[in-house]
Design a protein around this ligand. Sequence first.
Ligand code: AMP
Length: 216
Amino acid sequence: MRLLLFGPPGVGKGTQAKLLSQEYRVPHISTGDLLRTAVTQGTPVGKKAKAIMDEGHLVPDDLMIAIVREALSGPAAANGFILDGFPRTLPQARALSALFEELGITSYTVIEFDVDEEELIRRLASRMMCTKEGTIFNAHTDSLTIDSPCPQCGSPLMQRDDDKEGTVRNRLRVYRVSTAPVIHYFDALGVVCRVDGTGSVDVVNREIKVLLEERP
Ligand code: AMP
């Protein structure tokens, strides 16, 4: 099971990646989560990335490629992985192909999620994250406020700094300009499946599993 989850911020990649990772017992590798951990720990990578992330811009390719190389080369990813948030540029996509070749990985699937932009803005504005597990909730549909404890583990919830409205619009613009065109690279390789990310978490999860079962 080697999956790349592709789509704009707020489309549900992280939520689905967490579910699929449990269901298929393969690690969820989220470049955003790896960067947020580096920021929290105050590592050199974290210090470099923080301001870029807060603005909604992309962290430089060489840094991201090094992070993903390390994550995919370890034993944890030997039997599969769910890569979430990478690649986001064409140089990243090319570097990933080269890394796959080096690691002997010949088969993988890119799942492209689609949700309309106004819905993404609404979702991001009400997105909350568990400070301990990173589980994602929606303030409206899960009836939560920023002061509520995590419904699953009781830890405090937080809103990501880059989910504030000004940054969200920038992230969506960066996605449109730099990331969305990367799908053509994978389309040319014939590895893309598309899902409508508008439905409930369960509906989208089922749709992905059906798509994966249908793939040769
Ligand atoms: P995410 O959690 O995937 O929305 O990522 C949060 C932020 O981390 C992004 O807005 C970027 O600033 C940075 N980031 C994550 N993945 C990448 C990547 N592949 N390339 C560049 N920047 C990234």
